[in-house]
Write a protein that binds this ligand. Structure first.
Ligand code: G1P
Length: 297
């Protein structure tokens, strides 16, 4: 029987220390690109790929995330009274239906693999997606949708993949390629954060996964990997060792690493320039800045 992917896990338990002091009181996932929180981009992408159940793995201090997905009746009423229908529609589009969203606490920061494992009972015995909201991907057809299509064909584990330069490989999970078929590559291994110079390829895992329940079983072993953490990469590779296929998909789209300040700023500019009401003014502002910079040289 061919299975469908209807559940997605969003690991959002990280402390976001790279964005202190902002993240002292605001969860990183609520920080906005233009006017939408990072997490909204992740939810929209999941919906576009047919996800029906959204599982958040959270931690202490992430209450604002739960509030964000709640209905806001007072706010809605105020907007209705003022006739602000456009804003009302935007607001409503962020509401989640009852039972559509679940929160699970990760009690200890033991790594991405552990965060995913925390959601095992909510996932059960079916394939599931994992979305890391830090990785924001602008694409005509959403990255997860592209992956769901690949999953429908292969019924196997799929990770989003992108070429990275040599000196960046040690920041990622890196694929050891068995066969390169163009967009899709089959793997014969996967290494989490390889030591500089030891990476088996330049093809890095980006924060989108479609995984079989075998990966959850492998996470039960709680094997400690790179950085002293329980790594999702290791559990996926363990499933492959057991005979499952693991494919990397070179997705079509632009990925922004919103876990870093530089990536977050780039995403902000790119998403603002994509908005017709902001584009012209912002573009001119950037041109003026560049011209002033050149003149000062
Ligand atoms: C995580 C994964 C890594 C992947 C990366 C993509 O690492 O462990 O395999 O390449 O996300 O963004 P992190 O960035 O959380 O250290």
């Amino acid at each position: 029987m061919r299975s469908k992917v209807t559940k997605a896990i969003f690991p959002v338990a990280g402390m976001g220390t790279r964005f202190l002091p902002a993240t002292k009181s605001v969860p990183k996932e609520i920080m906005t690109l233009v006017d939408r929180p990072l997490v909204q981009y992740a939810i929209d992408e999941a919906r576009s790929a047919g996800i029906k159940e959204f599982i958040f793995v959270t931690s202490r201090g992430k209450g604002a995330l739960e509030d964000y997905f709640d209905n806001a009746p007072q706010l809605e009423q105020a907007l209705r009274k003022k006739g602000k229908t456009e804003l009302l529609e935007i607001l409503k589009s962020t509401n989640m239906d009852s039972g559509e969203i679940a929160y699970m606490r990760q009690h200890k920061p033991l790594g991405l693999g552990h965060a995913v494992w925390c959601a095992r009972r909510l996932v059960g015995n079916e394939p599931f997606a994992v979305i890391l909201p830090d990785d924001v991907i602008a694409a005509e057809k959403s990255c997860l949708q592209q992956m769901v299509e690949a999953f429908e064909e292969t019924q196997s584990n799929i990770v989003a993949a992108m070429e990275v330069p040599d000196d960046k490989a040690s920041s990622y999970g890196i694929l050891d390629i068995k066969e390169d078929m163009g967009a899709l590559v089959s793997t014969k291994g996967m290494v989490e954060k390889p030591a500089p110079g030891t990476q088996p390829s330049n093809l890095a895992v980006i924060g989108r996964y479609i995984l079989t329940p075998t990966v959850l079983q492998k996470l039960n072993k709680k094997t400690v990997g790179a950085g002293g953490e329980i790594q999702l990469t290791d559990a996926i590779d363990d499933a492959r060792n057991d005979g499952e296929e693991v494919y990397g998909l070179r997705f079509k789209g632009t990925r922004y690493d919103c876990g870093s300040k530089a990536g977050f700023l780039q995403a902000t500019v790119a998403f603002a320039l994509a908005r017709s009401e902001l584009r012209d003014d912002l573009f001119k502002f950037i041109q003026d800045m560049v011209a002033a910079d050149k003149a000062a040289e």
